[in-house]
Design a protein around this ligand. Sequence first.
Ligand SMILES: C[S@@+](CC[C@H](N)C(=O)[O-])C[C@H]1O[C@@H](n2cnc3c(N)ncnc32)[C@H](O)[C@@H]1O
Length: 313
Amino acid sequence: MNTEFLNKITCGDCRKLLPKLDKESIHLFLSDIPYGINLDEWDVLHNNTNSALLGSSPAQEGKNGFKRRGKPINGWSNADKNSGKEYEEWCYSWAEQLFPLMKEGASAFVFGARRTLHRAINAFEDSGFLLKDVLAWKKTSAHHRAQRLNIVLKNRGLEQELQAWEGWRLGNLAPIYEPIAWFFKPYKVTITDNILINGVGAINTEICKINGTSPSNLLEFGFADNEEKYHEAQKPLNLIEFLINLTTKENQTVLDSFMGSGTTAVASKHLNRNFIGFEIHEKYCEIGNLRLNGTEINTNLNGKHKPQSTLFG
Ligand SMILES: C[S@@+](CC[C@H](N)C(=O)[O-])C[C@H]1O[C@@H](n2cnc3c(N)ncnc32)[C@H](O)[C@@H]1O
């Protein structure tokens, strides 16, 4: 049995811990995995040592958003171009270990970045999972910076170009949503027989109604006013609770192998689900386990929610 790991957050590399779990014991995998977009050290999942990639620009210093430049999307070197492939290989290194642990018909929700989620989807498909949908989590606000082109041109002394580029900007549209890939493990019998055998495969839209209406695949959730912020990639508790309620029943087991500050653990506990959680950083393990016990936490990340850092996400 998984009792050694049940209902606590275990500190360690999930690639070493996943093989210790029982086969076909997990009713839901729900994880906000590292997106591979260089948000912080834990999110660098490639061998690219391009110094521009991991440096920070003066505009980023002291800012809440990305601490690192991390934006090689114009692919100026072969090392940059390989980053996506290396991220996919990293995803596969643990997704293939996850597959045998899941019950047939069980769901897996994988949070990702719009630019890199396809790599995680490939890894999950290659591990045996089937993609069911890609949900969109619509946030209440998004960090956004798109420089005015005529200011850039003016700074370069190109006064004669200003009028031609009036109204144009350098950057993206405001990144207001994040995708969540929804997979399931294939089953050998009919869906109804599988539900009766394994207890998973159906969705509880009744309990997940929003303002009396059945939910769609556009999920609009924000942080509660009094929700504390412990992790730069933290997700709202009510979003995680929604996904758990949608796909599991009480006393079933939820696995999150990238726990961060423990949001999935706290949500599972609220909803009377068992959970197993792994987190590689001791600091976050400690924060997660304290959150679980309802202990007040004194850390410099602790504070009322600040907007999610999606500047380049
Ligand atoms: C996107 S964050 C999760 C944040 C979380 N959703 C929350 O609400 O706090 C991903 C976490 O995965 C952890 N991580 C990265 N590689 C890991 C590994 N191999 N095993 C376990 N945890 C890992 C990172 O330290 C980071 O805290």
